[in-house]
Design a protein around this ligand. Structure first.
Ligand code: HEM
Ligand code: HEM
Length: 186
């Protein structure tokens, strides 16, 4: 894998600003925040948007596809390093989802075979760079919800280990609603 350079990445980010904001904190929840996300995860997503766009097993997305088509491996590593070096802006968890959200996030559900999210996404939703587990805290709840639905339907296919697909298949609509608001504020 290419070694990313945050300064070089900043210079290459001009086309990303329109949707993801100047520093990766997208101002509307139509687009995900990518500030403060792990470089390892960001780079993996960029690569997989490209494989998805060219018919391979990846993350097929009509909006991101044209953005990544012209990027080299070095560009992707640089862009990932840049966004990882910015700080994500925090989101507050609504009071009413804390109890149910914490129970599922921290304990999972043995009866339904749901692995606790905390095992991979960490106690404060910070994820893990070395394992390419994404940060969830600070993300727009609407984006988190959309991704959990995409994992559940199989539309988001890029995770080669199927970890998220297996878990999301067991989540109800209500679980997804609660978790998406809970993890954003972790
Ligand atoms: C998703 C990077 C340009 C719209 C993402 C993700 C990354 C990324 C890393 C995945 C986030 C995650 O998994 O948490 C970039 C970079 C860009 C760029 C480096 C410039 C080269 C744009 C532009 C738009 C856009 C210009 C709008 C026209 C989106 C949308 C998603 C997304 C809608 C979510 C896709 C989904 O729902 O699966 N982007 N982006 N991006 N980006 Fe971009
Ligand atoms: C990705 C939520 C459990 C591993 C994601 C994403 C969300 C999420 C929203 C997409 C992030 C983004 O697009 O920026 C959750 C919730 C969980 C859970 C709510 C509990 C119900 C787990 C567990 C593991 C795991 C237990 C490990 C066994 C991953 C991995 C990805 C991911 C590897 C990235 C997939 C990829 O590279 O495309 N998770 N997660 N998650 N999660 Fe989870």
């Amino acid at each position: 894998q290419a070694q990313g350079d945050a300064e070089a990445g900043k210079a290459k980010a001009a086309t990303c600003v329109a949707c993801h904001g100047n520093d990766g904190n997208s101002p509307t929840d139509m687009y995900p925040k990518i500030a403060g996300q792990h470089a390892s995860y960001l780079e993996k997503q960029l690569i997989e948007f490209k494989t998805g766009a060219t018919g391979g097993a990846g993350r097929a997305n009509a909006i991101m596809a044209p953005m990544v088509m012209g990027l080299s491996a070095q560009d992707m590593a640089d862009l990932a390093a840049f966004y990882a070096s910015e700080a994500i802006t925090p989101v507050a968890t609504p009071e009413e989802v804390i109890e149910a959200g914490a129970a599922l996030y921290r304990g999972g559900d043995l009866e339904r075979g749901i692995t606790a999210c905390i095992a991979c996404h960490s106690p404060r939703g910070e994820g893990l760079e070395s394992a390419r587990f994404p940060r969830l805290s600070g993300q727009h709840p609407a984006y988190i919800k959309a991704q959990l639905l995409a994992f559940r339907s199989g539309e988001r296919e890029n995770d080669p280990n199927g970890m998220m697909r297996d878990i999301a298949k067991k989540l109800t609509d209500q679980d997804i609603e609660i978790l998406s608001q809970y993890v954003a504020g972790l």
